[in-house]
Design a protein. Structure first.
Length: 364
């Protein structure tokens, strides 16, 4: 049997189809963390009318798109840079910072460590501890931020723990890093799902600190991973200028740029998404609270991390049991500091969430 921790991630539906004999069209993915409402309502109606845009090159500066993003995130569009997904921007930031030693708050997304290693740097992890509910221990982090650290990397809210860091704490982190000459890269892929995202996002801090960059994308909240549109906000004009110099031109195609402008203005879709995730997050956590065989950690993103308490059931057992019913969760045993007792799943539509919870309870 293939090992889920190595092969079965949220985008691997073809591998699931081949291994389990389940058509990928029949799989409900609770692993990819993508908005269950699907693509922006306005985008579906309007994008086809812009098809002629592919006959010309995009604006090299993507000015209109950056202005739409600036309005959406309430930032100066001149501090916005766009890229081919947030992955391109993560790679570019790390390449330019060129850290010899980076500290990553984990368990978290593996791409950070991968990109750092490609540049010849070393990654060290600051561990979010289970006994602390995977919440950040601020004092312990400050002790771990040694003067030889070049880069601090964190995801807020974090994947897979769904924990988050307040803006007040982030300001303290930036002050500490400023004193020690450390640059901070914050991945806010999931912040729009947070109950109080306007109070959690670190974007306002980019007006006062030049040692931070915020990364976002449209893959999760706007359910458009195939468009490959990412963006970053940074008040360090020198770094932004270098990123523009090193970034390939026209990495976003004309239709993706137009799609972005449409999505960021779809206020009804944005409101519906926040309402759905908020209500389902509370409802499902209330159900999990009554289940003695699992422990959940307070979620702030559109997914929740669970620990299996029974000794005879593993994360692989739970994965196999649910996938055979066409329900795909994430076996978290491949994340640093997590073992074969942890799984993660995102919040989907109510009927799908109920099907998953019932399937898990069958084996738990």
């Amino acid at each position: 049997m293939l090992e889920q921790k190595e092969h079965f991630h949220g985008s691997d539906l073809e591998k699931i189809e081949k291994h389990f004999g389940i058509k990928k069209e029949d799989i409900i993915s609770f692993s990819a963390n993508v908005n269950p409402l699907g693509t922006s309502f306005r985008l579906r109606e309007e994008l086809s009318s812009h098809i002629d845009a592919i006959t010309t090159y995009p604006d090299r500066e993507y000015t209109s798109l950056r202005q739409a993003i600036g309005k959406y995130v309430r930032a100066d569009f001149r501090n916005v840079i766009v890229g081919n997904g947030s992955t391109e921007l993560i790679s570019l930031v790390i390449k330019l910072i060129a850290p010899k030693k980076a500290l990553i708050i984990g368990p978290t997304y593996s791409e950070y460590e991968h990109e750092i290693s490609l540049g010849g740097g070393r990654s060290h992890f600051f561990r979010l501890r289970e006994e602390e509910g995977f919440q950040l221990n601020e004092d312990a982090l400050f002790q771990a931020l040694t003067p030889d650290t070049d880069l601090l990397v964190l995801c807020n809210p974090n994947n897979p723990t769904s924990s988050q860091i307040s803006r007040k704490t982030m300001r303290n982190i930036l002050d500490c890093c400023k004193e020690k000459g450390i640059f901070v890269m914050v991945d806010e892929t999931y912040v729009e799902f947070s109950e109080n995202s306007r109070e959690i996002t670190s974007i306002p801090l980019t007006e006062y600190y030049n040692n931070i960059i915020i990364l976002r994308g449209i893959s999760k909240f706007f359910a458009a991973p195939g468009l490959r549109l990412g963006y970053a906000i940074c008040g360090n004009t020198g770094l932004l200028h270098k990123m523009e110099q090193f970034k390939n031109p026209w990495t976003i195609n004309s239709l993706a740029a137009i799609a972005g402008e449409i999505m960021f203005q779809d206020t009804f879709y944005i409101h519906q998404t926040i309402q759905l995730i908020s209500s389902e997050r509370k409802r499902i956590c209330d159900l999990l609270a009554d289940c003695p065989s699992v422990k959940y950690y307070e979620p702030h993103a559109n997914f929740v991390l669970l620990r299996i308490l029974g000794e005879d059931i593993t994360s692989e057992d739970l994965f196999v049991h649910t996938i055979r019913k066409g329900l795909m969760i994430r076996d978290c045993s491949s994340f640093p500091f997590l073992d074969n007792k942890y799984v993660r799943f995102c919040f989907m539509r109510p009927e799908d969430n109920d099907a998953l919870v019932n399937a898990m309870l069958e084996i738990l």
